[in-house]
Design a binder for this molecule. Structure first.
Ligand SMILES: Nc1nc2c(c(=O)[nH]1)N[C@H]1C(S)=C(S)[C@@H](COP(=O)(O)OP(=O)(O)OC[C@H]3O[C@@H](n4cnc5c(=O)[nH]c(N)nc54)[C@H](O)[C@@H]3O)O[C@H]1N2
Ligand SMILES: Nc1nc2c(c(=O)[nH]1)N[C@H]1C(S)=C(S)[C@@H](COP(=O)(O)OP(=O)(O)OC[C@H]3O[C@@H](n4cnc5c(=O)[nH]c(N)nc54)[C@H](O)[C@@H]3O)O[C@H]1N2
Ligand code: SF4
Ligand SMILES: [Mo]
Length: 746
């Protein structure tokens, strides 16, 4: 007998609602949930393969513990004993900074990843924090921090209402969108065109998204900041700046105007390899559109001027009056956000409060660059101690971060490492203890992060579709026990972690004059929380304290967990709507258009006006049926066009003697890789492309299908030294490489 259950898909940022078919405890099918308030039935090939992803036989079923050099299956008790025994001596002997914490991408796709790592960091007090953000969107956080005073205040394009979208360095037809949560992104782009809107795509590759566009500009990689600066210049020069309702909320416009002086379209055109007239047209169209949004992603972030490009995106939205305007780019309001405080000056955003030990990289948002993890482990300095122990949660930096070979060796040298990961893979194979979370069907789901980035305000929660198998432990409990083991409280009831968070949160809320529970008794409030377990009670608490919440009875119609459970397809909370000046937390209480650190970085951008790299540069790409480093083990999602090949333009191929299908050697600062060439005019001349997350041929892993077609690790071409200086974000795109067709032809 089969049954169905609802489950929000955790496999990308689109957060589609799925209807799973379940036989016994096995997921045998998945289709889009047509009644889902947000995704309305949309599903992609990854979501459709949910059952295969969930049921992958290579997923670990029990913890692993290293004994005499080899990993063996162990009980949970043995595993946490080993974690406490491994971590505590390092903390006690060398101090908390000797324990590194690495948080990978899937933490934003699990409830546990949203609820526990912050508690761990608060309790452990280590400054050695490295996350996927610094190989991804850290430039956007830094730019939002500086512009708006809040690193997490990220404007999202109003996809469903805009009349004009300038989309830069993103390929949502493969990625399904990022920092813009929109189930059926492709359909929403088609709807934009159908209502007469205009779509421009800036990408060195002619992607599926570019092919849908009205206009595609194949920019030279790494130069988007120049293009955007020239657009800002044009708006000023042609008197097209029109702040509309934003005028009272913005400061620094005159300073910005002079800062843009040098970036004329003629000055940037040769560096970007674009036409100056076309750049002017882009600016004029943006200004003329009734409502428009500029949106940029990976290709604009993971480059040497990532923070400047991210900043200029929002500068253009401001200069055209499109920030915080329907059809423009708005700040979402999630159900688990805190109840908005009244507008007014805030504390601002600080950068570089401390620096990395070896290279002196400034922290950003409390993090050090993931690209510097290897050196923080393998390099001694006069002051401070190297990282001696590591806690890795949902992270595979051996493939995801620069110079995996160096990191591989560094991880091997650690005194102790624990990995919370469902797979024994390139990174977790170094751990002394591996703690495997259950597959997604056995886990609850709520999108704490992505609802703050969604094109429509809505809230959904799904309980586990399948009960925990015997011997499994919920990821929330794994992380709670890990926190206790890491902080000297091994053996304490893990429920204490949630209870502590609830106590602290409510204790603060009752003292906050703007909180709906101001002045009430925190213990009485805690007693009202419902939910089957700690994570559910914490969700209930956040909903009740949130902008749509019941305020623990203060607003009786408001949101509580019970109400959410009564709406299994979610609750729609309406379209994005203007919120300024409330979200601003800058010291001035305004949008600070030209913050000091940005102004300080502009000379570097001026110098880039003269740069014309002669050789080939490398960019990445994503495939619809893949996801970073961990989905190559699912047969249904591999093969076909989802392959680790070097895309090269026919002109470059002819010049270098590269033949379609033959192996080519690609050399970069960090090493070299050999992969088959795919000759295609889908990349512009001067650019080659390799996807990331491949290279599954290291010994000691348990990824049997992935190992049959391992591909190569593109990040081996990087040596980790190229960073965007303000954010510490790794440069992964526009990287200089050499290409040699040195191997035998097929
Ligand atoms: N060259 C190049 N490199 C890149 C990129 C690029 O575009 N080009 N993109 C970068 C970006 S944007 C990102 S976000 C990073 C991603 O890189 P990572 O942060 O390493 O993330 P993933 O590869 O998605 O997965 C990491 C680990 O999470 C595990 N995992 C999967 N599901 C779960 C779960 O439910 N719980 C737990 N605990 N673990 C789970 C997987 O087994 C895997 O080992 O890669 C970056 N690297
Ligand atoms: N199928 C699939 N979906 C995913 C993922 C996945 O691995 N596979 N990963 C998820 C993650 S972690 C993230 S962060 C998102 C990322 O989501 P997107 O940002 O949409 O990611 P990409 O598809 O890599 O698109 C980046 C584009 O930037 C282009 N590009 C490279 N360099 C430059 C440049 O200098 N300038 C410009 N203008 N363009 C450039 C590349 O050619 C590429 O087409 O996707 C998420 N969704
Ligand atoms: S688009 Fe993303 S969230 Fe939706 S089904 Fe596909 S992988 Fe899942
Ligand atoms: Mo990412």
């Amino acid at each position: 007998m089969s049954r169905t259950a609802l489950r929000i898909c955790p496999l990308c940022e689109a957060t589609c609602g799925l209807t799973l078919t379940i036989e016994g405890t096995r997921v045998t099918g998945a289709r889009g949930d047509r009644e889902d308030v947000f995704s309305k039935g949309f599903i992609c090939p990854k979501g459709a393969s949910f059952g295969a992803v969930d049921g992958d036989p290579d997923r670990l079923r029990t913890p692993l513990v290293r004994e005499d050099g080899a990993l063996r299956e162990a009980t949970w008790e043995e595993a946490f004993d080993a974690v406490a025994a491994g971590l505590r001596p390092v903390v006690e002997r060398y101090g908390p900074d000797a324990v590194g914490v690495v948080l990978g991408n899937p933490n934003v796709h699990t409830m546990a990843g949203a609820l526990y790592p912050q508690v761990l960091l608060g309790a452990l007090r280590t400054r050695s924090l490295f996350t996927a953000s610094t190989v991804d969107q850290m430039p956007k956080h830094v730019s939002s921090g500086l512009l708006f005073g809040d690193a997490n205040a990220i404007p999202v394009p109003d996809l469903d209402h805009t009349g004009h979208l300038l989309l830069i360095g993103a390929n949502p037809l493969e990625s399904n969108g990022s920092l813009c949560t929109a189930p059926d992104f492709p359909g929403r782009l088609k709807a934009l065109k159908a209502r007469g809107g205009r779509l421009t795509v800036v990408d060195p590759r002619r992607t599926r998204t570019a092919r849908l566009a009205d206009r595609h500009l194949a920019i030279r990689p790494g130069t988007d900041a120049l293009l955007l600066a020239a657009m800002a210049h044009t708006l000023f020069a042609e008197d097209l700046v029109d702040l509309k309702d934003l005028t009272p909320h913005v400061q620094g416009i005159d300073e910005l105007r002079s800062a843009m002086d040098d970036f004329t379209p003629e000055a940037v055109a040769p560096a970007c390899d674009l036409d100056a007239g076309e750049i002017r047209t882009l600016a004029r169209e943006l200004a003329a559109a009734p409502a428009a949004a500029v949106y940029a992603r990976i290709g604009s972030c993971t480059v040497p001027h990532g923070t400047l490009a991210s900043w200029l995106v929002d500068v253009l939205n401001v200069l055209t009056g499109n920030l915080d305007r329907p059809g423009g780019a708005l700040f979402p309001q999630a159900a688990t956000d805190r109840t908005p405080r009244p507008a007014g000056p805030g504390r601002g955003f600080a950068l570089g409060r401390w620096h990395s030990r070896v290279s002196g990289h400034p922290e950003a948002k409390g993090e050090l660059p993931l690209a510097a993890l290897a050196e923080e482990i393998d390099t001694a300095t006069d002051e401070g101690t190297p990282v001696r122990a590591l806690i890795a949660v949902a992270a595979n930096p051996v493939l995801s971060a620069p110079d995996g070979d160096r990191l591989d060796k560094a991880l091997d040298s650690l005194d102790f490492m624990v990995a919370v990961d469902p797979y024994l893979n390139e990174t977790s194979r170094h751990a002394h203890v591996v703690l495997p979370p259950p597959p997604p069907a056995q886990s609850p789901h709520h999108d704490f992060a992505f609802n703050t980035l969604a094109v429509r305000n809505q809230v959904r929660y799904t309980r586990p579709a399948v009960p925990l198998e015997p011997g499994r432990m919920a990821e929330s409990e794994i992380l709670a026990r890990l926190i206790l083991a890491a902080t000297g409280m091994h053996g304490t009831d893990p429920a204490a972690v949630d209870a502590l968070v609830v106590d602290q949160t409510l204790g603060k809320a009752v003292q906050d004059a703007h909180s709906p529970v101001h002045g009430r008794d925190p213990r009485a409030l805690a007693a009202r929380l419902t939910g089957d377990n700690g994570p559910e009670r914490r969700l209930d608490m956040m909903l009740r304290l949130g902008p749509y919440g019941d305020g623990f009875g203060a607003r009786p119609d408001g949101l509580i967990l019970e109400k959410l459970l009564a709406h299994p397809h979610g609750i729609d909370l309406g379209p994005l709507s203007p919120r300024l000046p409330q979200p601003l937390r800058t010291r001035s209480g305004k949008v600070e258009l030209l913050p000091g650190p940005i102004a300080g970085d502009l000379p570097r951008l001026r110098a880039a006006l003269r740069e014309r790299p002669a050789g080939l540069v490398l960019v990445g790409r994503r495939h619809l049926r893949s996801n970073n480093s961990w989905m190559h083990n699912v047969p249904a999602l591999t093969g076909g066009s989802n392959r680790c090949t070097v895309h090269i333009h026919p002109e470059d191929a002819a010049r270098l003697g590269v033949v379609d299908g033959a192996d080519v050697r690609v050399k970069g600062a960090g090493g070299e890789v050999v992969a088959p060439a795919e000759v295609t005019d889908g990349v512009r001349p001067g650019v080659v492309s390799l996807p990331h997350g491949w290279g599954h041929d290291r010994p000691g892993t348990r990824l049997r299908h992935a190992a049959t077609d391992p591909g190569v690790n593109v990040n081996q071409l990087l040596d980790g030294s190229l960073l965007d200086p303000l954010s510490g974000n790794a440069v992964l795109n526009g990287v200089p490489v050499e290409l040699v067709a040195s191997l035998a032809q097929p």
